[in-house]
Design a protein around this ligand. Structure first.
Ligand code: FAD
Ligand code: UDP
Length: 390
């Protein structure tokens, strides 16, 4: 029997929309995209708030990549506002560059001491080199030990406690390694060659990706309303009928398997938005507060988007534990990179590999702390390797 849709994509974030676009355009096949929220874009969704300021509803999103293929692919669907993100951290009453760099050092220490520490850093690691804090803490040199402990205490310890409920050394070193100490005077948050935000917003980019006539989008629909997974037969049912097309699943992999190996833990966030009747609020896009308040950072959206507007909107991020049953804590923003969680994930992954026609893709389905570019790259790769020319 002929099926109406050759592919079903679950979730309309970056993973789902990119794979749907490829299938629709390159394979010229019909795709049904099922999304439980009332909008596309997943956590990269943006919208104009009540005062007309473009905001990122699920926290600040800056696109940055080394991958030319990814940049060029998305550039077919958007122009860019070429923004290079800057972050300051409030340390000892001063606002200094984050990642912590040589300028941060100069601003926080007396000049002779700063010079000595800079010299030692460069001698030990080189110039323009990124050193994860946990690696810097391993150095034997007494001065560098002192500096490492200072940065650890003032930049990483309390921020990480707030963000993850854990100390930096209790979580995968990858996490704090994302924001290494940078032996440089480059005060940008990322050094990738391609950086920016979509000129007309992320949502417009997603609209363009999904605009192909082969794509049918269903919002406000949890896939479980339409799809059943028979875990004994390892088959997918669409309503009562077996579904013989392909499924690309970008939701939580533990949910897909009805939590049979237990729940994969996540961190969630609560966002507090404020519109201020002033043209600007802070010096840079994001101000981190490692040591004060319950929130981790404040972002001013106009700095990221370049929008001209007489007022400005900011967001404070309050980390909370994730609980799928509790309103306000039920969005799984961050997988928690820890060995014990990875072991649970591996069981789900193995189970997933037994389903011939299901592909698991994205931050939730692969339980991986992906940035947007990595998700796009993975979607393009899965399409190229597994789904193209069908
Ligand atoms: P998602 O965006 O989570 O999309 C998954 C989709 O599946 C969602 O729309 C969800 O509603 C849907 N779904 C889930 N379950 C179901 C269901 N049962 N039925 C139907 N639909 C379902 N990355 C960067 O590169 N730069 C940044 O600056 C950046 N900042 C970030 C800031 C924050 C606060 C957060 C949380 C993330 C940030 N990211 C950033 C990461 C970025 O959000 C992710 O890489 C990207 O959104 C992952 O896309 P995805 O499609 O895998 O997942
Ligand atoms: N981090 C920190 N202090 C900072 C900035 C980052 O301790 O001022 C740590 C913290 O553990 C955080 C991680 O580095 O979760 C990664 O930071 P990033 O800005 O990449 O996080 P994201 O933007 O993904 O929330």
């Amino acid at each position: 029997m002929r099926i109406l849709f050759d592919y079903i994509v679950i979730g309309a974030g970056f993973a789902g929309t990119v794979i749907a676009e490829r299938i629709a355009r390159i394979n010229n096949k019909k795709v049904l995209v099922i999304e439980k929220r009332n909008h596309i874009g997943g956590n990269a969704y943006d919208t104009y708030d009540h005062s007309g300021v473009l905001v990122h509803q699920y926290g600040p999103h800056i696109f940055h990549t080394k991958l030319k293929e990814v940049w060029e692919y998305l550039s077919e669907h958007t122009e860019w506002y070429l923004y290079h993100h800057k972050v300051l951290g409030k340390i000892d009453g001063k606002e200094v560059p984050i990642p912590f760099n040589l300028d941060s050092l100069d601003q926080l220490f007396p000049s002779d001491m700063a010079k000595r520490l800079e010299k030692k850093l460069i001698e030990n690691f080189g110039f323009n080199v990124k050193v994860p804090i946990l690696k810097l803490k391993d150095t034997q040199d007494e001065d560098l030990q002192f500096l490492a402990n200072y940065i650890y205490e003032k930049v990483f310890l309390n921020y990480t406690m707030k963000q993850w409920g854990m100390k930096p050394d209790e979580i995968d070193p990858y996490v704090t390694g994302r924001v290494p100490v940078y032996i440089s005077r480059d005060d940008r948050y990322f050094q990738d060659p391609f950086q920016g935000v979509p000129k007309y917003g992320y949502t417009k980019l997603f609209e363009s990706l999904l605009s192909h006539p082969n794509i049918k989008l269903m919002l406000n629909t949890d896939y479980k309303e339409l799809i059943n997974i028979n875990m004994e037969e390892k088959k997918i049912y669409f309503g009562e009928k077996e579904y013989t097309g392909k499924v690309i699943f970008t939701g939580k992999i533990d949910e897909f398997f009805q939590y049979k190996y237990g729940e994969l833990p996540y961190r969630s966030l609560q966002f507090q938005f404020d519109t201020i009747q002033e043209e600007r609020y802070q010096k840079v896009g994001t101000l981190n507060y490692p040591n004060d308040y319950d929130f981790t950072r404040i972002t001013e959206f106009k700095k990221l988007t370049g929008q001209n507007h007489p007022h400005t909107t900011i967001v404070r991020e309050y980390p909370v534990s994730y609980d799928k049953e509790v309103e306000g804590q039920n969005i799984p923003y961050y997988p928690i990179p820890k060995e014990e969680n990875h072991l649970i994930y591996k069981q789900y992954k193995k189970e997933g590999s037994l389903y011939e026609n299901v592909y698991f893709l994205g931050r939730l389905a692969e339980y991986t702390y992906y940035d947007m570019d990595a998700v796009v790259a993975k979607a393009l790769k899965v399409f190229r390797d597994k789904l193209s020319c069908e």
